[in-house]
Design a protein around this ligand. Structure first.
Ligand SMILES: C[S@@+](CC[C@H](N)C(=O)[O-])C[C@H]1O[C@@H](n2cnc3c(N)ncnc32)[C@H](O)[C@@H]1O
Length: 304
């Protein structure tokens, strides 16, 4: 009898033990059960990215969203590509060597530490996610270059104090860090004050630190995105909130956006000669200025 069978005896139908043979890296023996009957955002996203760490419920919901807005797969792939471009920019042009990547997702190609350590192997990355399937695959995120370091924290973004305390084992918060909130803030409803969470994280970061953020848009493909969000909120355990450009701009309050400002996902530094059409996501990278030096109090430069 496998681990999954044993756990199946202790949990309702649909729960699977983490010892089950998922594709990819050998799972950590965390003892965490998975509810495979209810779609989870990390696994739905994995399906859209072409991954294999998803189940029938996740695939069913992902396909329904694709029917509502067929651009969703291009959008999530573009989001992942933005992550890579942002990390590359932060290491090569901004001189950042420390990353706090919250809402990591299931490991896939070009995880933050891989992009950063390709440029500088001494880069240090702390990953944070609250989904059991990400925890199961955390081993792939812990495979740091020996010159650098990675760590994984199983925590909720709403628990900023726990995250900062645990991240301080690996990151030196007296030096600049990049806080990465890539495709995660839409999982925080307004009543949990996402703006306050971002502000608390950036208050803990030294001047010269960066915020890299991406967020699904409520005001691009507005009708299709609203239909997709409603569908997901009916099916998933947690809720999602897509937001407008103005709402996403507010997360950059007190920070200075770097060029090209807050733009649709594929339009952030797409490379010479490339002129991509907008997809339904807003992205930006901003620096925390020295005290009293912000060029724009509300981070509204280039935010339209
Ligand atoms: C859409 S995926 C994005 C993954 C990755 N950042 C990327 O852009 O490719 C969102 C991730 O955020 C995680 N997440 C959602 N709500 C969270 C929360 N409150 N705290 C920590 N992680 C969360 C999910 O488990 C999932 O892995």
């Amino acid at each position: 009898m496998g681990v999954g069978d044993e756990q199946g005896a202790r949990h309702p139908a649909g729960w699977q033990g983490v010892g089950m043979p998922l594709d990819g890296d050998e799972p950590l023996d965390t003892g965490v059960p998975l509810d495979t009957n209810v779609p989870h955002i990390a696994r739905v996203y994995d399906y859209w990215l072409g991954g294999k760490d998803n189940f029938a419920a996740d695939r069913g919901l992902a396909e329904k969203f694709m029917a509502a807005d067929p651009s969703v797969t291009a959008g999530v792939r573009s989001n992942r590509a933005f992550l890579g471009r942002a990390v590359h920019y932060l290491v090569t042009e901004a001189g950042i060597r420390q990353f706090l990547d919250i809402g990591t997702g299931i490991p896939t190609a070009d995880n933050t530490h891989e992009v950063a350590q390709r440029v500088d192997p001494s880069a240090r990355v702390v990953y944070v996610d609250n989904d059991p399937i990400v925890l199961i695959h955390a081993r792939a995120l812990l495979a740091s270059h020996p010159a650098g370091a990675t760590d994984y924290i199983d925590a909720d973004l709403r628990d900023v104090g726990t995250i900062l305390a645990a991240a301080a084992r690996t990151l030196d918060f007296s030096q600049p860090v990049a806080v990465m909130l890539i495709g995660v803030l839409h999982c925080i409803p307004d009543e949990d004050y996402p703006g306050q969470l971002v502000a608390t994280l950036m208050e803990a970061a030294a001047p010269g630190s960066y915020l890299a953020l991406s967020h699904p848009a409520a005001d691009i493909h507005a009708y299709e995105m609203a239909a997709g969000a409603a569908m997901m909120n009916r099916a998933m355990a947690g809720s999602i909130t897509f937001r407008t450009r103005a709402q996403v701009a507010a997360y950059f309050t007190g920070l200075d956006l770097v060029e090209p400002g807050l733009v649709s996902t594929p339009q952030w530094r797409p490379g010479p000669g490339v002129r991509p059409k907008p997809l339904p996501g807003w992205v930006g990278v901003a620096v925390k200025p020295a005290a009293g030096r912000s060029r724009s109090r509300a981070g509204r430069r280039n935010t339209g």
